[in-house]
Ligand binder design. Structure first.
Ligand code: DX5
Ligand code: ZN
Length: 229
């Protein structure tokens, strides 16, 4: 995958039908999404439990685009190899999830996987200042992680803008996650985000039997974001 800053829509399958994940992934990809965003949670770093490497491996054959795995797990290091072997294209670890962030990111790259770093809302950008050459993506959280359907925090728009300035010409994606919909997408796109995660705003109103709603939702977010550029 060659690097670009075009707007990419990454449906979070946290809002999909968990009894039907393969078909849900095929449906949102057929309907025009760019990446598939997967949210493993450990019930400890965040107050929710979701999926592990076995499920990620099971959905891998259904993902034709790019499988973006956002680990909400602390410590993350013991699980990185498992999620890499499950077929992740990108693994994102939280900066708050361990004491040696550069080691975690390097270990992801050593497994042949792209490395992302997620920052909770209260975590300053300075934590990545000296390790920019080890990062393929910065994920700016726009909610407290753990659940879909939460309200976007508008203070994070300025954080995205500062991230964009810090990155300069480096080939590092800026992802936003939480409360992204056609109203908030233009704000983060204009500030410099290129990967927009959306769970409830993609899956609402649709199903594998009514996938056109997914297509309309994806198009609405993309159109709103591109209009702000
Ligand atoms: C939350 C997850 C998100 C979540 C976003 O902790 O990281 O990816 O699914 O859901 P929405 O788009 O509904 O806020
Ligand atoms: Zn996520």
């Amino acid at each position: 995958m060659s690097f670009n800053r075009d707007i990419k829509i990454a449906p979070s399958i946290l809002s999909a039908d968990f009894a039907n994940l393969g078909a849900e992934i095929r449906a949102v990809e057929d309907q025009g999404c760019d990446w598939i965003h997967v949210d493993p949670m450990d019930g400890h770093f965040v107050p929710n439990l979701t999926i592990g490497p076995n499920v990620v491996a099971a959905i891998r054959p259904h993902v034709k685009t790019f499988m973006d795995v956002h680990l909400m797990i602390a410590p993350a290091d013991p699980y990185i190899e498992g999620f890499a072997k499950a077929g992740s294209d990108m693994i994102t670890v939280h900066a708050e999830a361990g004491p040696h962030l550069q080691r975690s990111l390097q270990s992801i790259r050593d497994l042949g996987v792209k490395a992302g770093v997620a920052l909770n809302m209260t975590t300053p950008l300075s934590v990545i200042e000296y390790i920019m050459d080890t990062i393929d993506m910065v994920l700016i959280m726009t909610i407290n992680p753990g659940f879909g359907g939460q309200k976007f925090n508008h203070s994070m728009v300025e954080k995205v803008r500062q991230t964009r300035a810090m990155i300069g010409n480096r080939p590092i994606h800026i992802q936003v996650d939480g409360g992204i919909d056609p109203n908030t997408a233009p704000l983060v796109a204009e500030a410099g985000a290129d990967v927009l995660v959306a769970g409830s705003a993609v899956f609402r109103g649709g199903s594998v039997d009514n996938p056109q709603a997914y297509g309309q939702n994806i198009a609405a977010i993309r159109t709103a974001a591109n209009a702000a550029l």
